[in-house]
Design a binder for this molecule. Structure first.
Ligand SMILES: NC(=O)C1=CN([C@@H]2O[C@H](COP(=O)(O)OP(=O)(O)OC[C@H]3O[C@@H](n4cnc5c(N)ncnc54)[C@H](O)[C@@H]3O)[C@@H](O)[C@H]2O)C=CC1
Ligand SMILES: O=C(O)[C@@H]1CCC=N1
Length: 275
């Protein structure tokens, strides 16, 4: 019988890397759980300090993290998940809720490696650090609706969270998991374009970032189709259509679609290589 997660829970991170830090800091900032109720472990001093600097308890071993946590976020690279879980399996009782954020690692495999199904898979992204993540949640067989609510609240505190069937998670990974990197490239390229056109670098980067933020907010808040919003920027014989012509000639949309599809495919491949 799965024990409901109480308000006084502790949150452990197995794998104190970039994504774990973005979640831990984001959750701490959100106010729903202070860093003092979070635990992790790492072999390097630099990563231990990165977590202890904002109040996370850092232990000597992954086992201690699991023993001391009710909810465990598995945040190691997909390639080491099986090995890490083989060590932790005896300590992962059904009282504990395991949340895997590893790209491509299926619930079936996680279930086999842990010996039980009180599992939730989440594909999130690094903007959790600033409370703007996009996360998708998939429930394992033994995860309860309370577990789902709990994890939705946790990831909802660092952005927006949706629940979906696991078969969609490779596509989610290719779109929103990897997506921030595509947008960083776009921001960098827009800033470079601004510099080429004569802007100082600092101003160019601020303008590029704010423009992406503003356009994303317009898409979400106006409810308008992005094509309509594009038309509203594009005056006849104006500047925007000149820019769009260059993008279309160079396959901009096809390139972005191809990136999402390639990353989704890679997520699918990862699942096959590790099981
Ligand atoms: N970085 C991102 O934007 C996203 C990453 N993810 C997933 O999150 C997971 C972590 O990714 P990152 O944080 O980017 O990687 P990372 O390499 O920054 O973090 C993984 C950490 O795990 C540590 N580690 C390796 N073996 C370990 C072991 N046996 N015990 C404890 N720790 C160990 C590594 O030293 C490293 O610090 C991956 O599975 C990835 O697919 C999911 C969504 C987005
Ligand atoms: O590049 C990766 O494999 C991870 C998963 C999604 C974002 N970063």
């Amino acid at each position: 019988m799965a024990v409901p997660i109480t308000e006084a829970y502790t949150l452990g991170f197995i794998g104190a890397g970039k994504m774990a830090e973005a979640i831990a800091r984001g959750v701490d900032k959100s106010g729903i759980l202070p860093a003092s109720r979070m635990r992790t472990a790492h072999r390097t001093l630099a990563r231990r300090q990165a977590f202890s600097s904002f109040g996370v308890h850092v232990y000597e071993s992954n086992i201690k993290v699991v023993e001391e946590s009710e909810v465990i976020i598995l945040s190691v690279k997909p390639q080491v998940v099986k090995e890490v879980l083989s060590e932790l399996k005896p300590f992962l009782s059904k009282e504990k809720l395991l949340v895997s954020i590893a790209a491509g690692i299926r619930l079936n495999d996680l279930q086999e490696w842990t010996g039980h199904g009180r599992l939730i898979r989440v594909m999130t992204n690094t903007p959790s650090l600033v409370g703007m993540a996009a996360s998708v949640i998939c429930l394992g067989e033994l995860a309860t609706t309370e577990d789902e609510k709990f994890v939705s609240n946790l990831f909802g505190a660092v952005g927006k969270a949706w629940t979906a069937k696991e078969k969609l998670l490779d596509a989610v990974t290719g779109l929103s998991g990897s997506g921030p990197a595509y947008v960083y490239l776009a921001i960098e390229a827009m800033a470079d374009g601004g510099v080429a056109a004569g802007l100082p670098r600092d101003l160019a980067l601020c303008l590029a970032s704010q423009t992406v933020l503003g356009a994303a907010a317009m898409t979400i808040e106006s409810g308008k189709h992005p094509g309509q919003l594009k038309d509203e920027v594009t005056s006849p014989a104006g500047t925007t259509i000149a820019g769009i012509h260059v993008l279309e000639k160079n396959g901009f949309r096809g390139t972005i679609m191809g990136a999402v599809m390639a990353a989704s495919k890679r997520s699918e491949e990862l699942s096959k290589h590790v099981s």
